[in-house]
Design a protein around this ligand. Structure first.
Ligand SMILES: *[C@@H]1O[C@H](CO)[C@@H](O)[C@H](O)[C@H]1NC(C)=O
Ligand SMILES: *[C@@H]1O[C@H](CO)[C@@H](O)[C@H](O)[C@H]1NC(C)=O
Ligand SMILES: *[C@@H]1O[C@H](CO)[C@@H](O)[C@H](O)[C@H]1NC(C)=O
Ligand SMILES: *[C@@H]1O[C@H](CO)[C@@H](O)[C@H](O)[C@H]1NC(C)=O
Ligand SMILES: *[C@@H]1O[C@H](CO)[C@@H](O)[C@H](O)[C@H]1NC(C)=O
Ligand SMILES: *[C@@H]1O[C@H](CO)[C@@H](O)[C@H](O)[C@H]1NC(C)=O
Ligand SMILES: [Zn+2]
Length: 393
């Protein structure tokens, strides 16, 4: 998001980037003393299958995956509950294990981190048994002197993370590839990277087979991101809604959008004179009308001083509600946190409840298809077959 640089934000950002040195290099450590995954049959449970709810059925968790072999399984009567695929938050900024625990306890089993200034810091949050699975972005590509570029300059005094011009795109992308990110993050803003530079960064990233996601929080930034051919646009403008033509172009080019309504609303609440959350809602509505794939992402972060904080975990449920407020059906909102992100991010082992998939599961009381607010009634969560403790708190 648009950083507002204050002394407070600078101090907290340095903590953000430099904290937890103890974790770096210990990415495989198990934080919780999780009991070994057992074989468990959930009986009489209705499953969200991407279109609605199944008739009551049985699902068996065996080790880290879903199986159809019920032999020797313990039984758990899940009558009156709905089983969702583990929820995917497509835009998060966790910086420590507590943040992952908060995500996990609210059923967010996968998170896409969005600004890895330090690859090692982001990697320290990966591969923790029984905790939210996180994927890693590159550093955000920003121009010197831009709002995001100034943030980058604060955390990296060498200047190597900034992109100066289109000729600099090759060097920057090669540098990022050394830390093996899962995807590349670009920033479209004004003042900021030129159209030529954005275009060049997309071409370079694609030449390495990487997907490109682009921050675009204003009307003009959206146009730049569309023109550059990024794979995903994140945020939704608070200045004015995108046009029907832009939405059509996004659809035609096969792109996806993560409107991050939770943070747009939080920002609008603090800057009511200059921005309107209605514009964000109208953008999401227009994207839906044009059948653009929409993914649920929150921009969850607890960095005071950088625009607005958004809590981990609970915010994904708020995002589902806001997507419904924008006009999505509850099924479409639930798809935006399950089936759609799994497809768009290429995560073939999750996003649906099916034999052979990872046992990333969320058991909720009630019926979130009838009323999406019921997704908050989280009773049990499994990540890779490991049951999460302290759910819904
Ligand atoms: C499961 O629980 C429901 C509701 O409490 C109950 O009606 C049903 O008989 C139980 N099923 C079994 C097999 O115990
Ligand atoms: C993680 O950061 C939060 C502040 O966002 C802090 O309250 C919490 O104690 C930290 N947890 C760890 C394990 O450092
Ligand atoms: C996480 O685990 C995967 C698969 O075991 C491995 O390829 C990857 O390098 C690990 N990443 C980190 C940061 O430990
Ligand atoms: C970035 O920092 C420079 C130097 O302090 C300042 O002149 C410029 O206005 C800042 N850029 C933005 C967009 O705030
Ligand atoms: C691009 O930026 C680099 C680094 O500042 C500079 O050395 C180079 O001359 C610039 N190239 C062009 C074409 O402006
Ligand atoms: C936002 O939309 C609502 C309902 O359409 C309307 O009542 C409200 O005045 C709008 N707010 C702004 C700031 O435009
Ligand atoms: Zn963000």
């Amino acid at each position: 998001m648009l950083p507002i640089l204050s002394l407070c934000s600078l101090i907290s950002l340095s903590t953000f980037v430099l904290s937890c040195p103890g974790h770096i290099g210990h990415g495989h450590a198990n934080i919780q003393t999780a009991s070994p995954p057992r074989k468990l049959a959930l009986t009489d449970v209705r499953i969200f299958n991407g279109h609605g709810l199944s008739a009551p059925t049985t699902i068996v968790i065996s080790g880290s995956h879903i199986t159809d072999n019920i032999k020797d399984a313990e039984h758990f009567n899940a009558s009156g509950h709905v089983l969702l695929p583990g929820l995917i938050d497509s835009h998060v900024h966790p910086t420590n294990i507590t943040h992952l625990q908060q995500l996990a306890r609210w059923g967010v089993t996968t998170g896409m981190t969005m600004a890895c200034f330090s690859a090692a810091q982001c990697a320290s949050l990966q591969n923790h048994t029984g905790l939210t699975n996180v994927f890693r972005s590159s550093a955000p590509a920003a121009a010197p002197g831009s709002a995001h570029g100034n943030l980058t300059s604060f955390v990296d005094h060498t200047g190597v993370l900034l992109v100066h011009n289109s000729s600099d795109a090759v060097r920057w992308t090669q540098l990022q590839m050394q830390s093996r990110p899962d995807y590349i993050k670009l920033i479209a803003e004004a003042p900021g990277l030129s159209q030529d530079t954005l275009n060049a960064l997309v071409i370079e990233s694609h030449s390495f087979g990487k997907k490109v996601v682009c921050h675009a929080a204003t009307f003009s930034a959206y146009s730049q991101a569309v023109t550059a051919g990024v794979d995903q646009i994140h945020h939704s403008p608070l200045d004015k809604p995108i046009t029907c033509t832009i939405a059509e172009e996004i659809k035609k080019n096969g792109r996806a959008v993560v409107p991050t309504l939770a943070i747009m609303k939080a920002i609008a609440d603090t800057q009511s004179s200059t921005s309107s959350f209605n514009a964000s809602l109208a953008t999401a509505a227009e994207l839906r009308r044009k059948r653009v794939p929409i993914l649920a992402g929150t921009d969850a972060n607890l960095q005071p001083g950088i625009v607005a904080t958004v809590p981990f975990g609970t915010s994904l449920h708020e995002e589902l509600e806001l997507l419904v407020e924008a006009g999505l059906s509850s099924v479409e909102a639930l798809r935006a946190a399950t089936v759609e992100p799994a497809r768009v991010w290429g995560l073939e082992d999750r996003g649906v409840v099916k034999v052979g998939m990872r046992a990333d599961l969320v058991l909720v009381k009630g019926d979130p298809v009838r009323d999406v607010r019921e997704s908050r009634n989280v009773k049990k969560v499994w990540i890779g077959g490991v049951e999460v403790e302290g759910v819904g708190a």
